[in-house]
Write a protein that binds this ligand. Structure first.
Ligand code: NAD
Length: 351
């Protein structure tokens, strides 16, 4: 029995997260997987009911779950300089250190490249992103009006754990190849440490091949021949840029799911934001959120050795593939005419 939190988020989160739960419930029922679903307040609804966009009850309850679904937060529209309106820092609070983002093309959907099947792992607790790197203050400062300084942090622990996750994922895939992306010849110490930890980790996985590619060349090769990559692991800022480039290769935001993983828990979170421009119209594409839920099942299945969770994940993938191939229940961004709920219903039925 798994305990899974459900955090709707804002705007289209209220529409796509319920579709993901619907599909996950259908798959779990078929696979004989028992789940306790725990709805928790977050975002605007959390503020309405608890006076805070990240209520204490949510943080406390999340400590007790195996994983959760997190809808997008429309934080850009939140009042500024009010501590009760924050973008919930759940990655940091729960040490979710790797953002796992698959980039997969579909034969019948418009995309720059076909036959792409890559899983990116972006380290999320270190690097250049100041908000995730420091406990207080900032990783950036400006000593005078002519100078700005930004810091980049890489630790052995941070590099090692994201590398381990990459090898674990590669081991479950056909090609069993990890590409570590860095720029060690220039950033000898920070990228050097990242590369060293990837090489050390590779020794524990003799069944998985490790290749190393410098980040600038990788950006070019990814555009020209993405089919050559299987699992790609990199540091925070390089990953921030490359994962968007990857999503752009296969159809963009509606098709970009994600899972943010820690040692003990994982959070299913699509790449897209809360899309206020289309919210409340029942037209948002639920694919990214549904496949983020699929990733949560798959991760739980592998990490906890639970065959039923793996079976549920496989069923969701097969159902999504079927609905996409049939082209009858696709949302507008994929060239179809279906609503969010019609596409979710079709996938749940195909499960
Ligand atoms: P966005 O991803 O919400 O939207 C960008 C464009 O993509 C919009 O035209 C939108 O309609 C479209 N789009 C996004 N998801 C879609 C879907 N599932 N189906 C169909 N079309 C989709 O980015 P934005 O407009 O820059 O940000 C909107 C809000 O979301 C802001 O408040 C921003 O801060 C927030 N945001 C939150 C997260 C998060 O919580 N993970 C991530 C990014 C942005």
């Amino acid at each position: 029995m798994f305990k899974i939190g459900v955090l709707l988020g804002d705007d289209i989160g209220l529409e796509v997260v319920p579709e993901a739960v619907k599909v996950m419930k259908a798959a779990a029922a078929k696979a004989g997987l028992e789940i306790e679903w725990v709805p928790l307040p977050i975002g605007r609804k959390g503020h309405e009911s608890h006076g805070h966009s990240m209520p204490d009850v949510t943080v406390e309850t999340l400590k007790t779950v195996d994983g959760w679904l997190q809808g997008p937060i429309g934080h850009n529209a939140y009042p500024r300089n009010d501590p009760t309106w924050i973008n919930p820092p759940l990655r940091k609070k729960f040490e979710l250190f790797a953002n796992v983002k698959p980039v997969k093309s579909y034969a019948n959907l418009a995309s720059v490249h076909k036959n792409v099947d890559i899983v990116f792992l972006r380290e999320t607790t270190e690097g250049m992103q100041s908000s995730s790197v420091v406990l207080a203050g900032s990783g950036e400062f400006r000593p005078n009006d002519d100078i700005s300084i930004g810091m980049r942090v890489v630790t052995r622990r941070g590099a090692s754990r994201v590398a381990k996750e990459a090898f674990e994922i590669a081991r479950t895939r056909k090609r069993k190849k990890v590409t570590a992306v860095h720029k060690e010849p220039v950033y000898r110490l920070v990228c050097g440490m990242f590369a060293e930890e990837c090489r050390k980790m590779a020794k524990n996985y003799p069944d998985v091949e490790l290749e190393e590619v410098l980040v600038d060349g990788f950006a070019m090769k990814l555009v020209m021949k993405p089919q050559q990559y299987d699992v790609v692991v990199t540091t925070n800022q390089f990953g921030d840029i490359l994962t968007d480039e990857g999503a752009g290769l296969v159809g963009g935001l509606g098709l970009a799911p994600g899972l943010v993983v820690g040692e003990r828990q994982a959070m299913a979170q699509a790449t897209h934001g809360s899309a206020p421009d289309i919210a409340g119209k029942n037209i948002a594409n639920p694919y990214a959120m549904i496949m983020s839920g699929q990733m949560l099942f798959e991760w739980l299945g592998h990490r906890r050795g639970d065959a039923r969770a793996l079976d549920a994940a496989r069923r969701i993938t097969a159902a999504v593939d079927k609905v996409i191939a049939e082209e009858k229940h696709l949302t507008g961004d994929l060239g179809g005419k279906a609503s969010t709920t019609q596409m979710g219903d079709a996938i749940a039925a195909a499960v």
